[in-house]
Design a protein around this ligand. Sequence first.
Ligand code: ATP
Length: 235
Amino acid sequence: MPEPMLQITGLNAHYRDFQALYGVGMQVHAGEVLAIIGANGAGKTTLMRSISGLLPNGAGQISYKGQDISTLRADQIAALGIALVPEGRQLFRSLSVEENLIIGGQIGRKGPWNLASVFKLFPILEERRAVPATSLSGGQQQMVAIGRALMANPEMILFDEISLGLAPIIIKDIYAALPGIIGEGMSALIVEQDISKALAVSSRVYCLQEGRVSLEGASRTVSRSDISRAYFGVE
Ligand code: ATP
């Protein structure tokens, strides 16, 4: 096995005196799509934010392509090629669709993604390029958030709650776009509430329970009862 692209070891995270992650370990190899599942409050968003440099570093190590990134700032981590599509999208409310996308590209990484290729992926965004991003539907806003992350030409993309709150038809569109988003050699972590979807798109799955990894396995072979146990701590 080659070196993992991302290697997390013994990661803890805190919000003041509340501990949200306990000794989390995880590996992601180049080209892998990983699903992260777990009940509300299990720590999925905290993990995404820790990787992206959005939480002050707790104990533990996060290494990306052999480099320790656990003490780097979010902008430094983005410049190395890790992009986050955050929960709740967090678009710039006063800016247009196009301006939101351009902000994602300001990190200056070279690659296949630019305004033209994002508009090709999500044509509705080109039609609506000049309107404030927040006047779009939830699904279209999610497309902007994905496009903004892609504009940074990442090698690893983290999707936090990719389909939360979206209509089923939009979720279908977003999942249909995923193969075009996760390019050759690129890795992805997908936080998803819908377990069947999470398993269908990923090669491996991690389940978090109360801040700890409660299951790690191949998505095709992991059993429903393993998942129930890992998710809720019961059969
Ligand atoms: P959800 O699906 O609800 O988003 P999650 O698995 O993403 O859940 P996190 O958002 O990472 O979970 O939260 C993990 C724990 O940390 C929860 O108990 C939550 O209440 C707590 N937590 C999250 N953000 C904060 C914060 N800013 N301040 C204090 N506690 C927080």
